[in-house]
Ligand binder design. Structure first.
Ligand code: GLN
Length: 477
C-alpha cells in the first residue's frame, strides 16, 4: 500500500493534503464507535502534508513514507502534543520533546494523524484497561481489538491510518495484529530506539509497526531502526532497506514448530495453523519439531520481571514532576508531601497498574529479591539459551500468535490471570529479545463473523531480514 500511495503522490494523482483529509474523514466517521484515537493532530498533519506536496511540486525527491498518513500509540512522546499512556495520571501531560522514532518519521515527511488508545501504560491484552474507554475491534465491535496497542491495530484495520506504531513488551503488537487481521512486527530488542517511549518494562519494551502487509512493515522498520545515543541499549543499525530484500524465496529454510506448543489449543485454530505449516512446506521450507525446554516458564517469569521494572519505572509519577498532582493540603503552607504522593497515585493509576506496582515492589523488597527477581532472571537466561540452541537447528520458529481469536469485551476483565494467558505464545520473544512478526494465516467463523487468526514467526537476533522474507513469501503466495 505504501509503495502505491508513494507512486500516486509522486505522479501527482493525489496530493498528500487530499490523502490526509481523506483519512481524517474516515476517522471522523468511525472513531466514535471504535475509539481507536485519543488525540488528533490535524493542524500538524496538514502542515506536514502541505510541506511534502510543495517538495513534490518542486520536483524534489521524497522518501517512500513522505506524505503518507500514520498514527502513534499514545505512549510515545510527540513534542507539544498530549501524551497520556491512557492513564489519568498523565491526562494533562504535554510531551516536551519528540521520541526518537517520532523525530525520524517527521524528518522523513510522515504525516502524523494523532495518538491511539492503549491499555494504561501498555499493561493489558485488550485495551480495556484504558482510562479513556475500550477500543472496539473493527471486524466485530462486540469484541476487543487486543492489547495493549489496540488503538494502533484497530486504526490500521479500519483504514483510519496507512500504518501505525505500537510497543510490544510481551505481545502488545503481535496479539492485537492477530485479533485485527493485520501485520505486526516486534523487532529485535535494541534495534529501535526506546527514547521517548514511556517505559513499561525497559528490558522487554520494543517499538514496532502495524501495517496491512509485510512489505509495508518492512518499509517502516527500515526507517525507524537506528542507533541512538539517547538509548544506551540501542544497537548499531544495518542501515538497510529491508523491503528491497523480500525475494519470495524460502526454499530450504528450516522452520521449527515447538513440541507441546499446541497442546490444549482450540481445534479450529489448530486446524488453520496446520494448514499454514503445510503452506510453508509447499513453498519449499523444511518444517521440523524442536524443543524449547524452558518456554513453559516464560509467562510466570515475565510476571515477576515485568512488574519489578514497572514498579521502578512508574515511581517517577509522584504528583511532583509530571502530570496529575493531587494536593489536598492546599491551605497549609507546607502541605504534606507524602499525602500528595499517595493521593496522586491512588487517584491517577488504574487497578491493573496498581496491581503490578504492588507485585513488583513486593518481589524487589529485601528478603524476596533473591527468591523472586533474581531467580526469575536466572530462568530468563535459560529461556534465552533455549533460543540460542534452537536457532542452531532452524532458521525460524512458527506458532500461532495467540491461543484464541478476538474475545468479547468484558469476557476476561474480572480474571487477570485469564487475561495474562493471552500472551502465552508471544512473551518468550521478549524474554529472549528475538524479533517476531504476526501475520494473518486464516479465519474462523464465530457469531456469523470471520475472525482473523495470526501466525507468529520468530527469528534469531537481528535476522529481521530473513523473517520478513519468510512472512512476505507466505503472504504473497
Ligand atoms: N499483555 C501483556 C501484559 O499485559 C503484554 C503487554 C505489552 O506487550 N505491552 O503485560
Amino acid at each position: 500500500m505504501i509503495r502505491e500511495l508513494h507512486e500516486k503522490l509522486v505522479k501527482g494523482e493525489i496530493t498528500s493534503v487530499e490523502l490526509t483529509e481523506k483519512y481524517f474523514d474516515v476517522i471522523e466517521k468511525k472513531n466514535g464507535e471504535l475509539n481507536a484515537f485519543l488525540t488528533l493532530t490535524k493542524e500538524e498533519a496538514l502542515e506536514q502534508a502541505q510541506f511534502v506536496d510543495e517538495k513534490i511540486k518542486k520536483g524534489e525527491k521524497i522518501d517512500l513514507i513522505a506524505g503518507i498518513p500514520m498514527a502513534l500509540k499514545d505512549n510515545m512522546c510527540m513534542d507539544g502534543v498530549r501524551t497520556t499512556a491512557s492513564s489519568k495520571i498523565l491526562d494533562n501531560y504535554i510531551a516536551p520533546y519528540d521520541a526518537t522514532v517520532v523525530r525520524i518519521l517527521k524528518e522523513k515527511g510522515a504525516v502524523i494523524l494523532g495518538k491511539t488508545n492503549l491499555d494504561e501504560f501498555a499493561m493489558g491484552s485488550s485495551t480495556e484497561n484504558s482510562a479513556y474507554g475500550v477500543t472496539r475491534n473493527p471486524i466485530d465491535s462486540e469484541r476487543v481489538a487486543g492489547g495493549s496497542s489496540g488503538g494502533s491495530a484497530a486504526a490500521v484495520a479500519a483504514d483510519m491510518a496507512v500504518y501505525t506504531l505500537g510497543s510490544d513488551t510481551g505481545g502488545s503488537i503481535r496479539q492485537p495484529a492477530s485479533f485485527c487481521g493485520i501485520v505486526g512486527l516486534k523487532p529485535t530488542y535494541g534495534r529501535v530506539s526506546r527514547h521517548g517511549l514511556l517505559a513499561m518494562a525497559s528490558s522487554l519494551d520494543q517499538i514496532g509497526p502495524f501495517a496491512t502487509s509485510v512489505e509495508d512493515a518492512a518499509i517502516i522498520f527500515s526507517r525507524i531502526a537506528c542507533e541512538d545515543k539517547k538509548d544506551a541499549t540501542c544497537a548499531p543499525s544495518a542501515e538497510k532497506n529491508f523491503e528491497d530484500y523480500l525475494n519470495g524465496d524460502i526454499k530450504g529454510k528450516r522452520i521449527g514448530v515447538v513440541k507441546g506448543h499446541l497442546d490444549g489449543l482450540d481445534e479450529k485454530i489448530k486446524k488453520r495453523f496446520a494448514e499454514a505449516v503445510e503452506k510453508f512446506e509447499s513453498l519449499g521450507a523444511e518444517v521440523k519439531e524442536i524443543v524449547l525446554p524452558h518456554s513453559k516458564y516464560s509467562l510466570s517469569t515475565y510476571y515477576i520481571i515485568m512488574p519489578c521494572e514497572v514498579s521502578s519505572n512508574l515511581a517517577r509519577l509522584d504528583g511532583i514532576r509530571y502530570g496529575l498532582s493531587v494536593d489536598d493540603q492546599k491551605d497549609s503552607k507546607m502541605g504534606n508531601l507524602l499525602e500528595t504522593y499517595l493521593d496522586t497515585r491512588r487517584v491517577g493509576f488504574g487497578d491493573e497498574v496498581k496491581r503490578r506496582i504492588m507485585l513488583g515492589t513486593y518481589a524487589l523488597s529485601a528478603g524476596y529479591y533473591d527468591a523472586y527477581y533474581k531467580k526469575a532472571q536466572k530462568v530468563r537466561a535459560l529461556i534465552r539459551k533455549d533460543f540460542e540452541e534452537a536457532f542452531k537447528q532452524v532458521d525460524f520458529i512458527f506458532s500461532p500468535t495467540a491461543p484464541e481469536v478476538a474475545f468479547k469485551i468484558g469476557e476476561k476483565t474480572t480474571d487477570p490471570l485469564k487475561m495474562y494467558l493471552s500472551d502465552i505464545y508471544t512473551i518468550s520473544a521478549n524474554m529472549a529479545g528475538v524479533p517476531a512478526i504476526s501475520f494473518p494465516i486464516g479465519t474462523v467463523k464465530e457469531d456469523g463473523k470471520e475472525l482473523p487468526i495470526g501466525g507468529q514467526l520468530m527469528a534469531a537476533w537481528f535476522d529481521e531480514e530473513g523473517m520478513l522474507n519468510a512472512a512476505h513469501t507466505f503472504e504473497t503466495n
